[in-house]
Design a protein around this ligand. Sequence first.
Ligand code: ZN
Length: 480
Amino acid sequence: MRSQRWPSFFFGKVQRLCPNENGSRPFQGPPSVWWFMTNDSDAAELCEPFVVQGPLFTLLNDRSVGTYTYLDNGSMVVGDQGKILYVGPSVPAEYSHYQVKKTRHLIFPGFIDAHVHYPQLPVIASYGASLLEWLDKYTFPEEAKYSQRPYAEKRARQFLELMLKRGVTSAAVFSTIHEEAFDALLGAASYSGFNLVSGVTAMNRGAPDNVLVDVGLFKEVSAKAIESGRCVERFRYAITPRFAISCTEGMLEYCGRLLESNPSLLMQTHINETKEEVLATSNLFPHATDYLDVYDAFGLLSDRSLFAHGIYTTESEYERWAASGASVIHCPTSNTFLGSGLFDASGYISRDINVGMGSDVGGGVSLNPFVTMSEAYKVAKLGGRVLDPFQLVYWHTLGGAKAINQAGFIGSLEPGKWADFCLIDITSDDLGFEAWERSNSVQEKLFGLTFLSHDSMNKVVETYAGGISRWKDATCQGPE
Ligand SMILES: [Zn+2]
């Protein structure tokens, strides 16, 4: 039982912390009661291995985008460590004594949001500005508040609750420059079993002083944050220079050194989001041949790098991008909301560059993966490409897993991976259910689901992370 691996006060929570040298915990959380964990009356029984039985869909890892498993009545066995032991049409004899949870809802892999800003949640849907104005007017004043730990904790808890509510079980998240903001998020993610990638934001110019940090202090705060996260299960640290124009050469140089000397770290940033930003970057870095060259010159282009947006990518950038193994994170609702531009899916697909998908809230206007996928479809269509629904799901699950170097652990429902999944109610509205029923193929079913799943706001009725139910719709009495 999981409760035997961790102290009793961690009961039912997927996390493990190791003490610092002085014996204290690396951060002070959790100071509050997270309702979405403690309110779960099933928490105790979910520490036992179980079988979830019902309609099941998953793409399969390391194969072509359209390779999947779909079962009208499948069985997934979840072991006591929160990992998947088996997926198939019937329960093997060795697991026949496990508790069975039957559901009529679709068992679906947990989504991966590969680019999102948790401190921007309160400024989502702010009116009428381009990217750089939007940052000055709405985002920076909000981010300044995260130096206050209680405020950061409240927002971190709210953010993760909303993610889980939408079936998102993993995310690469931007924080702020403040160690309080990072600690609050790490604590909340750890205690909710959320699979988190994050880091302290590096930015030392181009914004008000209260959201800037000098290189010296950044070194100090980063070192502490990396150490804090070192022993937290389901956490990976990402060096996070906000974007080139918010960092001096000295800051980018330090970030590059950090990435090079720590092979377990990731790097996340923005690139080629708007024309105005591309121009500002070329003015600040006149010796760089293009935007990607700025990051490349400081050692930030690697197969552990995630670049959000990539709209105005040049031929030479595509070439180096493909050779590096870095991922692009497509954030369609942000790009259309801010009027940044249209992502060229073909440019990345044809060069076999890995694509993940991000909500980019608060530039993006929804944390709902179905909204993000449907917007990606529309953006591609405007560019003359019809995206396969398998491709959209791939980007939001396995593509994201690959981007954060965790394709062996998450992104699909396969033995050995974390049992990160959600239950989707395909009958919650008449139109959606009709579309599901009339579809002749799994491809068509997924397509209808993508476009109609946000008609009733949210069809996810329950979300499991690490084999434990972390959020459940209070109005849904299922499984039944
Ligand atoms: Zn962003």
